[in-house]
Structure formats: structure tokens, C-alpha cells
Design a binder for this molecule. Structure first.
Ligand code: FMN
Length: 210
């Protein structure tokens, strides 16, 4: 427990990365596995996560993200792309995966499927996208904790043009839109932000026990 809190104190939203340090294959796979295990509403995971390594693409993306250096200096850039709509095909795939994983007949899941249908497929498309983006943010939170545990630096970022990113990555055609992004890698010793004290609300201000 103490170690976990120590890791959360160690992490910070890294601004400058050491470009010479790349994540090992094993570390990257571990981060991906942590992301894959993220909780989501019904377990639907209504998003894709793009791992961007290509330097040219990252240069273009940086221009759409207030020229923030993390985009090109980090080891990898992760794009959390939410579904622009959650449709029948997505649900069918989820049900079939659940049946296969839990060795059940799809028929046994009919009630469950109806419930999901009524709460997600019935939503207006705009709401579906907002809901999908919320799920992607849970994965982002999980990434930040996992990265801290593995002592990998990470930067959550909202400072970008979703429209610009979607165009560069051809996301709209795939029924996706950029919800949030994160850079991962290793901090530069010259990044002054690592020395700043954490600014957080006090427990008294943050919590109310009823
Ligand atoms: C969803 C989200 C979006 C953020 N967007 C940016 C960003 O675009 N650029 C940036 O430098 N920091 C960004 N941050 C970092 C926050 O400013 C930072 O997490 C906050 O100040 C708390 O500091 P700490 O994470 O270093 O403890 C973002 C953080 C979150 C959670």
C-alpha cells in the first residue's frame, strides 16, 4: 500500500522526455495488458487505443496539439479513440466474446443483451459518443496508475484538436474519434516539472463522509 502511494507521488504529468530512452517491448506489452484489463461499462470497452511510434505522423500530430513536445519526444503516443456510435454489431461481438470466454450459449445471455441494448443502443448517437469517451478516460486513469507502478513516465493530454487528430489518423472513417491522448516514456532530467510539489485539495475539502 505504501509503495503504491509512493508511486503515485513519484508520477507527474511529464512535459519533457528523454528521447534516447525507449520503452522495452516487455514494458510496452505490460502497459497494453493493464489497459486491456481496464474496467468499462458492462465491459464493453467502446474504444480503440492507437500506439503511435511513427515519427512523421507524430510531427503532424504535434502541430495539432499546441506544439506540445511530449507528442514527439516520448517513447510512444497513445490515442484513446472512442466509438462515434455504439451499434448492434459492437454489441453482438461483445455477446459472442462473453459466451465464448465463459463457455456459455449466446441464448443464455439474451436477458443481459436486452438490458445492454436498452441502456446503450437506445441512447442518441451524440450521447453514445460521450459515454464511449467516458469509458476511454477510465482506461487513461488506469494507464497512469499502471505506468507509475512500472516506473514509466506518462502524460495525460487534452490539449489537442480532436478534429485535426481524427483527420491525420483517418479515424472518422473507422467510426472513431480522439477522446484523450497520453504520452509514455522516460522523463528528461531537464524537465523542471518533476521538482514541483503536488497541488491537490486537502482530504477535508475533497471528501464528505455521510
Ligand atoms: C485529462 C487530462 C488532460 C490533460 N491535458 C494536459 C495537456 O494537454 N498538457 C499538459 O501539459 N498537461 C495536461 N494534463 C496534466 C495536468 O495538468 C496534470 O495532471 C495536473 O496538473 C496534476 O499534476 P500531476 O499529474 O503532475 O500530478 C492533463 C491531465 C489530465 C488528467
Amino acid at each position: 500500500m505504501e509503495k503504491y502511494l509512493e508511486n503515485l507521488n513519484w508520477r507527474y504529468a511529464t512535459k519533457r522526455y528523454d528521447e534516447s530512452k525507449k520503452l522495452s517491448e516487455e514494458n510496452l506489452e505490460n502497459l497494453k495488458e493493464a489497459l486491456r484489463l481496464s474496467a468499462s461499462s458492462y465491459g464493453l470497452q467502446p474504444y480503440k487505443i492507437l500506439v503511435i511510434e511513427d515519427e512523421e505522423i507524430r510531427k503532424k500530430l504535434r502541430k495539432e496539439a499546441w506544439d506540445q513536445p511530449q507528442i514527439t519526444e516520448a517513447s510512444q503516443l497513445l490515442i484513446f479513440a472512442a466509438y462515434t456510435e455504439f451499434n448492434q454489431e459492437h454489441l453482438d461481438k461483445f455477446i459472442s466474446n462473453t459466451a465464448k470466454t465463459r463457455r456459455m450459449e449466446e441464448k443464455e445471455l439474451e436477458g443481459y443483451k436486452n438490458m445492454i441494448e436498452n441502456t446503450t443502443l437506445q441512447l442518441p448517437k451524440e450521447q453514445q459518443q460521450i459515454w464511449a469517451a467516458k469509458q476511454a478516460y477510465i482506461a487513461l486513469g488506469n494507464l497512469l496508475s499502471a505506468a507509475a507502478t512500472f516506473r514509466i513516465d506518462a502524460s495525460p493530454m487534452e490539449g489537442f484538436s480532436a478534429e485535426g487528430f481524427d483527420k491525420i489518423l483517418n479515424l472518422k472513417e473507422k467510426g472513431l474519434t480522439t477522446a484523450v491522448i497520453a504520452a509514455v516514456g522516460y522523463r528528461s532530467m531537464e524537465d523542471d516539472y518533476q521538482h514541483l510539489a503536488k497541488v491537490r485539495k486537502s482530504k477535508e475539502e475533497l471528501f464528505t463522509t455521510i
